[in-house]
Design a protein around this ligand. Structure first.
Ligand code: KE4
Length: 429
C-alpha cells in the first residue's frame, strides 16, 4: 500500500498544526507511523489521500452511524444552506431536533444544544452543581468526558481521595472538587460519600467507551442510581458516545436506569458540530434565561448542524437498526475470537451493541486497570495489518470501534480476511 501523500501532508501539517492534527488521537501516537489523511468517504467506506479505500470502523468516533454522506442528510443540509448558515437567533429546526431528542429520553423534558460533547458535559456538571448547591463531582477512572479542566484528572496516589491534575495547564484548584471512583465498583463510590457531604453528583459513561469498551456488570448502573437517590445526589449520564447508538435513546434505557441529567453529542449532529444536555423541568429551569446557571454559545443550535442532526436521527429511527447492529456485532466478535484462537493470540472482546473492541489480554476487562493489562504493542501490530488489509480502526487500544448501518455482508468478508491476516501477524511478531 502507498501512503506517500499522507506522509507529505503530515510533514506539511507539522508547520502550522500541532502534531499535524486537530485532535491528539489522530496523530497515531499509540500505534506509531504517520497518520492517514482522509480524502472522502461514502457509506461504510473511507478513502485516504493516496486512494486507499477502507472499511471504516472509526466513523468519526461515532457520529456517522447511518454511514458516510447519506443521501437524505445531504439533501437536508443542502436545503438548509440555501437559507443561510447562522443567524444568532432561533430557528424552527432547533425546536424540531429538541422534540426528537426529548421524545427519545424519558428523563428529558428540556434540552439545550451546544457545539460539542465537551461543552455538553461541562454544562451538565455546572447544572448539577447549580441544582444541588453542592460542588463535588465523582467520575470513574478510565471514563473520558471531554477536555474540561475539572475532569482532566489523574487518580491521587495511595489513599489520596482527591484528584491530581491529569494534564499540564490544569491548576490543582480546578480538580479539588473532583473525586475518582472505580468503574463497576459501587463501594468505591460509597467511600467518597462517607468522607464528603457536598457531592453534587456522579458522571458516568453508561457503557464505557474510552478505555476501550467496558460494560457495566451486575446492575451496576441501577444500584448506582438507587444509591445516589438515597444520598440526594444526581446521576449524570454522559451519552455522548452511547446516545442513539445503544438504542434510539440512550444506553440508560437499555440498562433500565433514568439519569437526572443526560449529555449528548456525536450522533445527534450526524457529523456536524452538535452537543446537548437535558433533564427534567425542575432541573433545566435553572438554566439561563429561566434560571441563574449561565451557559451560552454563538453557534449553539446552528441551523445547518440542526438539519444534519434531524435528518440523521429521522433516518436512524426509520431504519431501527439495533437488532441488525447486534447481529453484525456478534458476527464480528466471533470472527475476532475464532481467528485469535486459530493463531494462539490472547484477546478479550467487549461489546455493547454496535460498540466493540478486542483487548490484547487474557483477563476480563471490567475497569480501567483491567484494560491496562492489554499488550499495546500487539495492538499496534494488529492495527497496521488491518490497515494493509483494508480496515480502518481507531489508532489506540483504548478506543471503541463503531458499526454503521451501511456495513454489508461484503464488508464482513473483508473484515474476516483482514482479521485472519492480522492475528497471524500478531502471533508471528
Ligand atoms: P467532543 O468534545 O469530542 O465532541 O466530546 C467529548 C466526549 C465526551 N464524552 C464522551 C463519552 C466521549 O467519548 C467524548 C469524545 N470521544 C472521543 C473518542 N474517545 C472523541 C475523539 C477525539 O477526542 O478526537
Amino acid at each position: 500500500m502507498n501512503f506517500s501523500k499522507s506522509k507529505e501532508l503530515y510533514n506539511e501539517g507539522l508547520v502550522n498544526l500541532v502534531g499535524a492534527v486537530n485532535s491528539p488521537v489522530r496523530a497515531f501516537a499509540s500505534v506509531g507511523g504517520n497518520p492517514l489523511f482522509i480524502k472522502k468517504a461514502k457509506g461504510s467506506r473511507i478513502t485516504d489521500v493516496d486512494g486507499n479505500e477502507y472499511l471504516d470502523l472509526v466513523v468519526s468516533y461515532g457520529p456517522m452511524i447511518i454511514g458516510h454522506r447519506h443521501k437524505k442528510v445531504q439533501k437536508a443540509v443542502n436545503k438548509a444552506l440555501k437559507n443561510g448558515y447562522s443567524f444568532g437567533a432561533s430557528t424552527k429546526n432547533e425546536i424540531k431536533l429538541a422534540k426528537i431528542v426529548c421524545d427519545a429520553f424519558p428523563g428529558m423534558d428540556k434540552v439545550r444544544f451546544v457545539n460539542s460533547g465537551t461543552e455538553a458535559v461541562l454544562s451538565g456538571i455546572r447544572l448539577a452543581r447549580a441544582f444541588t448547591g453542592k460542588d463535588k463531582i465523582i467520575k470513574f477512572a478510565g471514563c473520558y468526558h471531554g477536555h474540561q479542566d475539572s475532569l482532566l484528572v489523574a487518580a491521587g496516589s495511595g489513599l489520596a481521595t482527591l484528584s491530581l491534575p491529569g494534564s499540564k495547564g490544569v491548576p490543582e484548584g480546578a480538580v479539588k472538587n473532583t473525586l475518582i471512583a472505580t468503574y463497576n465498583d459501587l463501594e468505591s463510590v460509597k467511600s467518597h460519600f462517607e468522607k464528603h457531604d457536598d457531592i453534587a453528583g456522579v458522571i458516568i459513561e453508561p457503557i464505557g467507551g474510552n478505555m476501550g469498551v467496558v460494560v457495566p456488570q451486575n446492575n451496576f448502573l441501577k444500584e448506582l442510581k438507587a444509591y445516589l437517590q438515597s444520598k440526594g445526589a444526581l446521576l449524570i449520564a454522559d451519552e455522548v458516545m452511547t446516545g442513539f447508538r445503544s438504542t434510539f435513546g440512550g444506553a440508560q434505557e437499555v440498562l433500565g436506569v433514568e439519569a437526572d441529567i443526560t449529555c449528548l453529542g456525536k450522533v445527534i449532529g450526524g457529523g456536524f458540530p452538535v452537543g446537548a444536555y437535558g433533564a427534567r423541568n425542575e432541573i433545566m429551569e435553572n438554566v439561563a434565561p429561566l434560571g441563574g446557571m449561565y451557559q451560552a454559545g454563538t453557534l449553539s443550535g446552528n441551523p445547518i448542524a440542526m438539519a444534519g442532526g434531524i435528518s440523521t436521527l429521522t433516518e436512524l429511527k426509520r431504519q431501527n437498526p439495533y437488532e441488525c447492529f447486534d447481529r453484525i456485532g456478534s458476527e464480528m466478535e466471533t470472527i475476532l475470537k475464532d481467528k485469535a484462537e486459530k493463531y494462539g493470540v490472547d484477546i478479550v472482546v467487549n461489546r455493547f451493541g454496535s460498540m466493540m473492541n478486542p483487548f490484547f489480554t487474557d483477563k476480563p476487562v471490567h475497569n480501567f486497570d483491567d484494560a491496562q493489562t492489554s499488550d499495546t504493542n500487539k495492538f499496534a501490530t494488529f492495527f497496521w495489518e488491518m490497515i494493509k488489509n483494508g480496515v480502518f480502526l481507531p489508532p489506540s487500544q483504548f478506543e471503541a470501534w463503531f458499526l454503521n448501518t451501511a456495513i454489508s455482508e461484503k464488508d464482513i468478508k473483508i473484515f474476516e480476511k483482514a482479521v485472519d491476516a492480522s492475528m497471524k501477524k500478531v502471533a508471528e511478531a
